[in-house]
Design a protein around this ligand. Sequence first.
Ligand SMILES: [Zn+2]
Length: 81
Amino acid sequence: MVCTRCGIEKAWSDAELAGMRKHGGPPLPAGICIRCVFKDPQLKAELESWGDARMKQLIRDARELAVRPLEAIDRFVESFR
Ligand SMILES: [Zn+2]
């Protein structure tokens, strides 16, 4: 599905997020892409409080996320499969 905020980036459905959480994935909201999550102070704080090592890696990769978001997001999702 496409992000309901920006209408550009890929976002995840409830079903996809449930699958990710089963594998220890992040507390992402349904229908909002990772870029919009980072733009929202409350959602960003929730994601950061997740505290998983993979999240810390993602935050370190934020520079790459801004430059090549689709590749970075694909890798991020792949890491939960
Ligand atoms: Zn978005």
